[in-house]
Ligand binder design. Structure first.
Ligand code: AMP
Length: 539
């Protein structure tokens, strides 16, 4: 018997077959759309057929430059349905990086949101592989533009074939998607997702002990669809027939709160910055969040104070998860084991602020200076991963082979493992503070400082020091009402009882804003650069 090949389009076919009446609710610039999976299926087939007419063949790359909405979801399935590769482009990258990755991936067709089109008019002369542009909007009109040829998505779909048959002769190890890493340093690197990786990852997202995504869920991915496939949520939710809520362009915390309350969202996923913003709005109490069974938080460490605030004050369960672009991304989820439920509230939050336990299907090791670290929650080492949805290389780049040495992905994240197997990230290799030969965890310091009621955001970075090689310096953004009223001494004396003296930051620098990467993570590299003479210059 021929082995069955895992194939992305079968996930949509299941939704068409078993859940044709379930809905995808999609917010665009002008309106909120409600489409059934039957309609999404037909529209996706139409899109596959028109892309084929435009010359897209198996193996070709089709780029998207778009927010989270139903057209993006259709592209998620239509492109791999042809055997081609969807390249989700991060809309927050610099124009230089956008040009670089489109040329590197050799995108043949680009699907672009109408409000994001102007960038392409500026960079079009530098794009060498693009044969056609398609504008995604609610209209069938083509806006006036210097892009050539430019088609309207809806006008093309009107001519497409609603019964187009997705390709079934696709080897499961062939690429279905590609995403370039957000790259806090250096040039972006392409991570390829195979059909097999995307299907198995979706299955992992549905497991009871991970995120337990299922048919009864109303799933709202806030994490962008251009960033690691919105953590795989749109693929998994479609497969399982969950209702989906796609929050569209330029949403605010108020828009998210309204969608949660109106559409009765049960599970949503995003980075801590988004949840910090939403908390402020929800705290006022004007929204009904009773439907929420899980806020999934990843991409950066979830501060314990954030977990407690959501759970204790709002009664919303908060799931901390960890992953990276190279891992499709789900790697760990911090959920308590049955016998840990009786721990004190404080111990529970401490465990759940760790990155958690490896999801089924993956393998890990944590390598310290003397080989595998002891599972004592103390010894630190680099986290190494392998498994069916862990990348084995970067696309057309062999300068980085060392990252995949011996068949393991070297994550660059420094972790401890406790006796229960919970990993805790203490830093990234590049972010470590090594003071007098000893490591200091910037993450622990950040969490402690964030507990201070006046602090809105904080980042702790390593700054060169003559005596100790490096010392920690805290960069703090105060909440508006505390600006000018809180001193360095206030912050340091607040955290002092929690740490050995030598861990305490040498300085606290108050800022208006902390610089962030394209996906909203703190840009520690920029701060390190800014502060590199901070401790050595004469005061
Ligand atoms: P990206 O590939 O842009 O998604 O970034 C992945 C990196 O983000 C990881 O290697 C970690 O350094 C960091 N990261 C992701 N999730 C978490 C988390 N839950 N806690 C701490 N750091 C995280």
């Amino acid at each position: 018997m021929m082995p069955i090949q895992l194939n992305v389009s079968t996930m949509l076919e299941r939704a068409e077959l078993f859940y044709p009446r379930k809905q995808v609710i999609s917010r665009t610039l002008n309106q909120v759309h409600r489409l059934t999976y039957k309609e999404i299926g037909e529209r996706t087939r139409r899109l596959s057929s028109v892309l084929e007419k435009l010359g897209v063949e198996a193996g070709d790359r089709v780029g998207t430059f778009a927010w989270n909405h139903h057209r993006h979801l259709e592209a998620y399935f239509a492109v791999p349905g042809l055997g081609a590769v969807i390249h989700t482009i991060n809309i927050r990258l610099s124009p230089e990086h956008v040009v670089y990755i489109i040329n590197h991936a050799q995108d043949k067709v680009l699907l672009i949101d109408e409000d994001l089109l102007p960038l392409f008019e500026k960079i079009k002369d530098h794009l060498h592989s693009v044969k056609a542009y398609i504008v995604m909007s609610d209209s069938t009109e083509v806006p006036s533009s210097s892009l050539e040829p430019l088609y309207s998505y809806e006008a093309l779909l009107a001519e497409g074939d609603p019964e187009f048959q997705f390709r079934k002769d696709i080897d499961e190890y062939s690429p279905a998607g590609i995403c370039y890493t957000s790259s806090t340093s250096g040039i972006p690197k392409g991570v390829v997702y195979t059909h097999r990786a995307l299907v198995l990852h979706s299955m992992a997202v549905g497991l009871a002990d991970t995120l337990a995504l299922g048919e009864t869920d109303v799933a709202m991915p806030v994490v962008p669809m251009f960033h690691v496939n919105a953590w795989g949520m749109p693929y998994a939710a479609t497969w399982f027939g969950s209702t989906q809520v796609l929050p569209g362009p330029r949403f605010t915390p108020e828009v998210l709160a309204e969608l949660i309350s109106q559409e009765k969202v049960t599970v949503t996923a995003g980075v801590p910055t988004v949840w910090l913003g939403l908390y402020t709005v929800l705290e006022e109490g004007n929204y009904n969040t009773g439907s929420l069974r899980a806020i999934v938080c990843g991409g950066s460490a979830a501060p314990p104070s954030l977990i407690s605030r959501y759970e204790d004050r709002l009664g919303i369960p908060f799931y901390h998860a960890y992953g990276m672009t190279e891992t499709t991304p789900l790697v760990t989820v911090a959920r308590l084991k049955s016998y840990q439920q009786s721990l004190s509230k404080e111990q529970q939050v401490e465990l759940r602020a760790k990155q958690g336990i490896l999801v089924p299907g993956l393998e890990m090791k944590v390598e310290g200076v003397n080989g595998d670290v002891k599972w004592d929650g103390q010894e630190m080492g680099e986290l190494l991963l392998r498994g069916p949805w862990i990348a084995g290389e970067y696309y057309l780049d062999d300068s980085t082979d060392h990252i995949f040495e011996d068949g393991w992905l070297h994550t660059g994240d420094i972790a401890t493992v406790d006796p229960e197997g919970f990993i805790k990230l203490v830093d990234r290799t590049k972010d470590l503070i090594k003071s007098g030969g000893e490591w200091i965890s910037s993450v622990d310091l950040e969490n402690a400082i964030l507990d201070h009621e006046a602090v809105f955001e904080v980042v702790v970075v390593a700054v060169p020091d003559v005596q100790w090689a490096e010392r920690p310096v805290a960069c703090v953004v105060l909440k508006d009402e505390y600006k000018g009223k809180v001193t360095k001494e206030d912050i340091l004396s607040f955290v002092a009882p929690k740490f050995p003296k030598w861990w305490l930051p040498d300085d606290v620098v108050f800022m208006d804003e902390i610089p962030k990467t394209a996906v909203g993570k703190f840009l520690k590299r920029r701060l390190r650069e800014q502060l590199k003479h901070h401790l050595t210059k004469p005061s």
